[in-house]
Design a protein around this ligand. Structure first.
Ligand code: UDP
Length: 438
């Protein structure tokens, strides 16, 4: 009988996609059976897209939707994204125990927001592995800062049997080495850390709309297009979206702009839209914008075939919110980044990409009213597309692409010892899950 592992990502696509990629590897390359439990939120283009393609992978990969939790009385519009995702996760995994008793997996793989599952798994003697889907920098930060630990329930993290990290050594050598050797935290018990990345999703199955976008890219010169997309749920205020659109237009560069409906209800300009996708750019972009830029700029209302766009030879630069998956996808494809961080740990990622990895430039922060002006956007876009600064980050992106390729060739996440880690059939005794070092 095939070893059976269950996965439990939290609701954002930035968590679902990397865990699903790992699940696919275990099924397709290591003979596992996987039950992939999905926390369902309001229907969105992103989740619909995922469910359509996930169902067809293999009969050994069962995608199971958890019953939607009613969070209407708990979540309020002004709550921070991290708090919202944590609450949705906490409420949605309340029925987890009977589900696990029924499925009987030999281990469970969680992410940072589904740590409530650890208590249930300890009761059932199911070992838990945590796949940390963000950067090494955030992992070290989460393990270190007790305050942050409390906020994101990171203290649970230490009860995982292992932590898998979606990074590779060349990207963050000092931190990863220190984590592996447990040099960081003399007094803080930390489970063994394995870097298994860069694990990015496979190229998507293209819809008719996607093919039109790629046909548009085919018609553009090599490395001439700026791809602008702020993750699976990032939205801007109306004013900020107007400035971004006009800044791109003023730069006279070619671009693809994913223009989701702006959100003005949030206290901050940056908001994560986990709900529906009623987008129609001509209604909320500046008057006449879509027509004026036609031929030079392509405006898309919501979900993009991101990996296909990043792989396309016409794509020069990614203007990104620096979510960790988008970051890895860009680096694996050798595309430099204009960093526009919005929320969660994205500012931290952006600083690391600019100051340490040297593969990005950051849009300057606003002058005080929370909005980045069109002149700044024009300036940074022109500098990257035409200036020396752009040359530097393009060169560095190509180097990192090569080092990512080598890391994948050596196959951290594909190799047998990794699969054996999960394939142990014996339940770990409680003492083992808390003693951390094998
Ligand atoms: N993504 C996509 N099309 C889009 C927007 C996002 O395919 O239009 C994918 C992207 O390729 C990445 C994920 O959604 O795999 C976003 O994850 P990330 O960690 O970058 O950001 P988050 O959405 O969690 O903020």
């Amino acid at each position: 009988m095939k070893p059976h592992v269950a996965f439990l990502p939290s609701s954002g696509m930035g968590h679902i996609l990397p865990l699903f990629q790992l699940a696919k590897h275990l099924v397709l390359h290591h003979g596992f059976h996987v039950s992939f439990l999905v926390i369902t939120t309001e229907a969105s283009a992103a989740q619909n897209h995922f469910f359509q393609s996930a169902a067809a992978v293999s009969p050994d990969l069962s995608v199971i939707s958890l019953p939607p939790a009613d969070v209407s009385g708990i979540i309020t519009g002004d709550m921070r994204v991290v708090t919202q995702i944590s609450i949705i996760a906490r409420e949605s995994i309340k029925p987890l125990k009977p589900i696990l008793i029924d499925l009987k997996p030999i281990s469970l793989i969680i992410d940072i927001f589904t740590t409530d599952a650890i208590d249930v798994c300890r009761e059932l003697s199911i070992p838990v592995y945590s796949f940390f889907t963000a950067s090494t920098l955030l992992l070290t930060f989460s393990l270190y800062l007790p305050t942050l630990d409390r906020e994101v329930e990171g203290d649970r993290l230490k009860y995982a049997a292992r932590i898998f990290l979606n990074a590779w050594e060349d990207l963050d050598i000092d931190r990863i080495k220190a984590l592996k050797e447990n040099n960081f935290f003399q007094n803080i018990p930390t489970p063994p850390v394995y870097s298994i990345g860069p694990l990015i999703k496979d190229e998507e199955n293209l819809t008719e709309n996607d093919s039109e976008i790629l046909a548009w890219l085919d018609a553009q010169p090599c490395e001439s297009v700026i791809y602008v997309c702020l993750g699976s749920g990032g939205t801007l205020s109306s004013k900020q979206l107007t400035e971004l659109a006009l800044g791109l237009e003023m730069s006279r560069q070619r671009f693809i702009l994913v223009a989701r409906r702006p959100t003005d209800t949030s206290a901050s300009a940056a908001y994560f839209n986990v709900g529906g996708d009623e987008n129609e750019p001509s209604k909320y972009l500046p008057d006449g914008f879509v027509e004026r830029v036609r031929g030079v700029g392509l405006v898309v209302p919501s979900w993009m075939p991101q990996l296909a766009v990043l792989s396309h030879p016409s794509t020069a630069v990614f203007l990104s919110h620096c979510g960790w998956n988008s970051t890895l996808e860009s680096l694996v494809r050798g595309v430099p980044i204009i960093a526009w961080p919005l929320y969660a740990e994205q500012r931290m990622n952006a600083s690391m990409l600019v100051e340490e990895a040297g593969v990005a430039v950051k849009v300057a922060t606003d002058g005080g009213d929370g909005v980045i002006g069109r002149e700044e956007i024009e300036k940074v876009v022109t500098a990257v597309m035409e200036g020396e600064q752009g040359e530097g980050i393009k060169r560095r992106a190509k180097e990192l692409k090569e080092s990512a390729r080598k890391a994948l060739e050596n196959g951290c996440c594909l190799n047998d010892p990794f699969a054996k880690l999960l394939g142990r059939t014996r339940a770990r005794p409680q003492s083992e899950t808390t003693s951390f070092h094998s």
